[in-house]
Design a protein around this ligand. Structure first.
Ligand code: HOZ
Length: 427
């Protein structure tokens, strides 16, 4: 594999940016090699600056569910770019995207578009605190809700990967408003609410955890959260930045049949452009300015390029059988990985939900952060490097999700499993 161009860009990047990157996991630190610089994407593939071509399971960490440079998305963005890229004023695209979100998610009557998942969770927490008049928020260890100060507590994703789950620079007073419990432990939630329920504004949860690797909710966990928050007058916030429009058109809430009070979105709803959103019942959302006292704003919020890409992506997902095909691809990949690992005598756990998957180098089961953290990161790094050398681009971290797109098919599945057999044997 040629890497001269990536290497040159990597040297230059480190002169201008901290660690050479604009988001830590991109540095490939935890997999022990220098990062590749991506030049372009085509469907299920990314091509790096040296012309190497890879089957892509990162998909920009989730948004590219229709594959890279999907023609309807490219056309929609180009059409909008010709008409202008930002006005800081209302546009029809916001109405179109907002309508689709509200129609897809019965729990959302009103939605506010923002610029990232971090902004969505930050704003949802502010709103939950205003709505309840309480300060405390419950989160789960290993879940990641963006780099909001008070949520960088036992956080997953890059924070866990880089070893900074409790970031420096977060005032102790902020962190102390967050109570952390183990994912999937509904008894711990009940016990906490019995003691402090009247002080808790909200429980925020990834309905399928995807930032400690993929960890599905245990039977009854989400329903239990719904019941206990309702009992104590706290809000239930689903962080569907990853699962929204990925597990199904109705997100995880549709998939599991649980209605949260507030929902945070990002990634897919922007079709690869920077975007986020939070929404819920009209009565709660009316507390947001200009109708209410909760201030939240953004020059680029509801940006026309982002809404154009988002609308084209959501419309593409309406095609008959989309989610069945996505899940069937990932199901076959999960089964193939288990078989290949078994044949090579490597103990692994493959957690898969719909088109999301994580291969943990740990016999399992992996049900929470404690069990996820036991995975052998060094083995994952070696597996990652072998797969990359064979043309398969996996997330550069044991604790992230692999994603499939509608462009992943037989050829990609075969190539991935063939590479995996070799990678497992090499371990
Ligand atoms: N928030 C992304 C999903 N875990 C990770 C992307 C990043 O940190 O750059």
């Amino acid at each position: 594999m040629q890497t001269a161009q990536s290497q040159a860009l990597w040297r230059a990047a480190q002169e201008f940016m901290p660690g050479g990157v604009n988001s830590p996991v991109r540095s490939f630190r935890s997999v022990g090699i220098d990062p590749l610089f991506i030049d372009r994407g085509e469907g299920a593939y990314v091509i790096d600056a040296d012309g190497n071509r890879f089957v892509d399971y990162v998909l920009s960490w989730g948004p590219m569910i229709l594959g890279h440079a999907a023609p309807p998305v490219v056309e929609a963005v180009a059409r909008q770019a010709e008409r202008g890229t930002s006005f800081g004023a209302p546009t029809a695209g916001e109405v179109e995207l907002g309508r689709r979100i509200v129609e897809a998610l019965p729990s959302v009557e009103r939605v506010r578009l923002v610029n990232s998942g971090t902004e969505a969770t930050m704003s949802a927490l502010r709103l939950a605190r205003a709505a309840t008049g309480r300060d405390l928020v419950v989160k789960f260890a290993g879940c990641y809700h963006g780099h909001v100060d008070s949520l960088l507590v036992q956080a997953g994703s890059g924070a866990a990967t880089m070893g900074v789950p409790d970031s420096a620079g977060v005032p102790a007073a902020f962190a102390s408003t967050t109570l952390v419990l183990p994912y999937n432990d509904i008894e711990a939630v009940r016990t906490l609410f019995t003691a402090r329920g009247q002080e808790i504004a909200a429980v925020i949860v990834e309905p399928v955890a995807a930032n400690m690797g993929v960890v599905p909710p245990a039977e009854g966990f989400l329903a239990g959260l719904r019941a206990v928050t309702r009992q104590y007058g706290a809000l239930l916030i689903f962080d569907e930045v990853i699962t929204g429009f990925r597990l199904g058109y109705g997100g995880a809430q549709g998939y599991y049949g649980i209605k949260p009070d507030l929902t945070c979105l990002g990634k897919i709803i922007g079709g690869g452009m920077p975007v986020g959103a939070y929404g819920g019942p009209a009565a709660i959302m009316s507390l947001v300015a200009p109708t209410g006292p909760v201030y939240q704003a953004g020059t680029l919020a509801g940006n026309p390029l982002a809404t154009a890409a988002g609308v084209a992506t959501l419309d593409g997902l309406r095609a008959e059988g989309t989610y069945e095909r996505l899940a069937s691809y990932m199901g076959a990949l999960a089964e193939g990985l288990r078989r290949a690992a078994r044949a090579a005598g490597v103990p692994v756990t493959v957690n898969q939900v719909g088109s999301m998957l994580t291969l943990f180098f740990h016999p399992g089961p992996v049900t929470d952060w404690e069990s996820a953290a036991r995975a052998d990161r060094e083995k994952y790094a070696r597996f990652f490097r072998s797969m990359l050398a064979q043309g398969i681009y996996l997330p550069p971290s044991q604790f992230e999700a692999w994603f499939a797109s509608t462009c992943h098919g037989e050829a990609e599945l075969e190539a991935t499993l063939e590479a995996a057999q070799k990678a497992f044997r090499e371990l």
